[in-house]
Design a protein around this ligand. Structure first.
Ligand SMILES: [Zn+2]
Length: 172
């Protein structure tokens, strides 16, 4: 009971992001506002939650280096789109994760071979030994392939967005 009330307060706090227009003046501000919200509420966004939804990576990157010029979302519609209720910290964390990814995703222009309605996006997999693999990934079905179209079977790691520097490095 008490836990529900505390979470409800967090949901209200989350909605305040959208009540403050300065957070929605541009995409980088919006990204920073969401990261700020997470960092202010770390008792909810525990390390396991951060890791489960990849938020540990997303709060660590610099919006100036990663937020794309024309993300696939409209700042005008964010208020309406995200005004709903969240059942628990997982559903809120998942929603924020999707928004942050929308803001940093560079698409490849190539359709997924498994789910053709999805466009593959560029990502990096960073493994525990700090090695990186540059891949095309489908947010719909999770298929990942290398730049030659071969399915990725190289093992797991943390998923990172890529930025223009990575693109120049890997797609030369
Ligand atoms: Zn797919």
């Amino acid at each position: 009971m008490k836990k529900n009330k505390v979470f409800r307060n967090l949901s209200i706090d989350y909605r305040l992001i959208f009540a403050d227009d300065t957070n929605l003046t541009d995409y980088k501000n919006y990204y920073a506002a969401l990261v700020n919200f997470i960092n202010k509420n770390r008792p909810f966004f525990t390390p396991p939650i951060m890791e489960k939804w990849g938020l540990d990576v997303l709060v660590a990157i610099d919006p100036n280096e990663y937020v794309v010029e024309k993300p696939d979302l409209s700042l005008d519609f964010e208020k309406i789109r995200l005004g709903g209720d969240y059942k628990n910290i997982d559903s809120l964390a998942m929603s924020i994760r999707e928004t942050l990814w929308d803001l940093v995703t560079i698409y490849s222009g190539k359709d997924c071979p498994i789910t053709p309605n999805d466009e593959l996006r560029y990502i990096k997999i960073r493994k525990d030994d700090n090695s990186e693999q540059f891949l095309l990934e489908c947010a719909g079905c999770g298929r990942a392939e290398d730049i030659y179209g071969n399915e990725y079977v190289g093992g797991v790691g943390k998923m990172w967005p890529v930025n223009r520097v990575d693109m120049n490095r890997y797609l030369k």
